[in-house]
Design a protein around this ligand. Sequence first.
Ligand SMILES: C[S@@+](CC[C@H](N)C(=O)[O-])C[C@H]1O[C@@H](n2cnc3c(N)ncnc32)[C@H](O)[C@@H]1O
Length: 224
Amino acid sequence: MFLKKNKIFFYGRRKGRKLSSSNIKLLKDYSQKFYLQEDQLHKIKFNENNKNILEIGFGNGMNLVHMSLNRPNDLFIGCDVYYNGCVKLLKQIVMQNIRNIKIWPNDINLIIKKFKRNFFDLILILQPDPWPKKKHKKRRLIQQKFLDDLSKVMRHEGKLIISTDHDVMKSWVLEQLHIRRDFTWVKNGFNYENEKPKCIINTKYTCKALENDNVVNWFFFKKN
Ligand SMILES: C[S@@+](CC[C@H](N)C(=O)[O-])C[C@H]1O[C@@H](n2cnc3c(N)ncnc32)[C@H](O)[C@@H]1O
């Protein structure tokens, strides 16, 4: 996301196919309930015993569905700018009667500062867009300012998990996090670049990577 002359620019796909009439109805009936409204943020309860989890760029949302069903007492906030993906997730929430997911159907940068400090126990960024060309590096989601914002809303010892199968993104993630004092790259098991945690499913982009025999790297960072 960029701000130019007070206008917001987002480089990436925001809309796909036209929505079917049933999806338009779904949005009309349920978006109020399950799409996060900025003015509702202060009403979200701070979960002392349970976890607050944020997935940024959830794609079709299937990992959120999976995790939220397995952890019904935790609160999940899913964020994606891709309109059609948000509707897909909304449909699953309604069909499976899920009550612990809220969707932010927009750029994470527009809301991240508005969460309370120390709010999240876990933040997931699975297969962020790599924007591999050097001239496009400003378009990458993970930037120092963005990490400043994440750091503020994460609890002490909270976890940030990032996965990627893209070499450019792999180096970028390590470069961006290496210089920070507020995050430590932690080992999980024996390796730094470990396997996928069991609680997370193979997302669409992870499946694509595996089909192409690409290695998916998993990075685990602890908030200090
Ligand atoms: C490469 S896709 C990965 C999708 C999914 N995590 C997966 O693994 O299948 C990246 C996703 O991040 C979303 N995205 C990119 N920049 C974003 C931003 N600033 N805020 C919210 N979502 C963003 C895109 O719309 C897209 O759905």
